[in-house]
Design a protein. Sequence first.
Length: 457
Amino acid sequence: MITGTFALQSEPTIIGDSGPLRQCLEYADAVAYSDAAVLVLGESGVGKELIAQRIHHRSPRARGKLVTVNCASVPRDLFESEFFGHAKGSFTGAARDRIGRFEAAHRGTLFLDEVGEIPPELQGKLLRALQQQTFERVGDDNTRHVDVRVIAATNRPLAEDVARNRFRRDLYYRLSTFSIEVPPLRERTEDIVPLAESFVAQLRRKHRGVTPKLTARHRSMLRSYDWPGNVRELKSAVERAFVLGRPSGRLDFDRALSGLLSLASVGRAEDDGPRKRRGYLTAEEFAELEKDNLIAAMEAAQWKVSGAGGAADLLGVKPTTLASRLKAHDIARPQKGSIYSQLGGERVIAAIARDLLGRLQADPQVGRFWINRSNSGLHREEQMLTSYLCAALGGPRHYLGETMVSVHKGLEIAHGDWVVFRRHLDATFQTFDIAPPIQTQLTSMVESLKDQIVSRA
């Protein structure tokens, strides 16, 4: 039920040196020295607990315990007992006094993992304990005082849950004094190979005498996958490759990743609601899927067609076949000097589009433009923006969708909304550590659309 109570003996190792991860760690280090409540956000498997451990270890409370509670696994009828403890005889099975997690974390840190899973009817009791730093054990009227710093984590959209009355607004603000977003692995692709190498090294130490290594082809394969399960999924894939290849002393990523890549293709094919309901792809949809896959393979191979580690090698086709398919889909290598190439290709641009849209949708002022959108509608907008940017910035494909002007036609976008948009755009630039000259070019491109998008009073 409870994942554990422990005091850190050494700082956790967090591997990676990408811009998004560095910024995340900078935020963690900055807040560590205060007693502010921290809300760690991010998808499953990104390492939110490691961030919590880092904050605790670098805080003045490092000598105290870090008590971790998996909120999703606490049964409703045992919630109070688990958090606040109980007195002997307070209920059937209470054979002795028991301290709760709050008391165990006294002068330390309480880490509430999956905090979004706490049932609404129990959130008020948690809020009271957090605000007053006091509680009573079940079956005991004595009020107890604690000194606890709280870090919470969730993969749920808590702001959306608050809007839908699934999560208390006052508890949300109490927990989110300082928020840290842990980037998904697809947004820090340069960290994939170092992480994989560290997992291989761990396996080597565990299984002495077996010394498989990552090859250039392995690295390309790992970079070409989106890793929706993030670091946790990557670790599992490396372990599978290790086990499957152990008889030969090599890492067998062909079999270890085959199922994942198939699922990824199906997932991309079914992102759109109508496709999922139909259960099949039209010729146009299939062609688009193949085009996406060809570009992904070419970028993973750094636009090398043939030879070891080339796109043809990654896809398992002849170079002549690949060249023919590239020509049929009108896919050309982007120029080296294009903004598309300088940013790092479609994967990075997609991450930039996702980050910017996420900031805008969560903003209390401009978020109104997205409030009634379905999840599939939001996803289509992200895809459209990515495709538009890739083409506009010199990417390998043509864009045939709506222009940015036509998309915003009819919306009452005020000058103040534009100011908010620009602020979030600058924040996205900082998140991805985009070089000033590229920022200037992108800003100029965006500003050229302002007069056609902003409504005139």
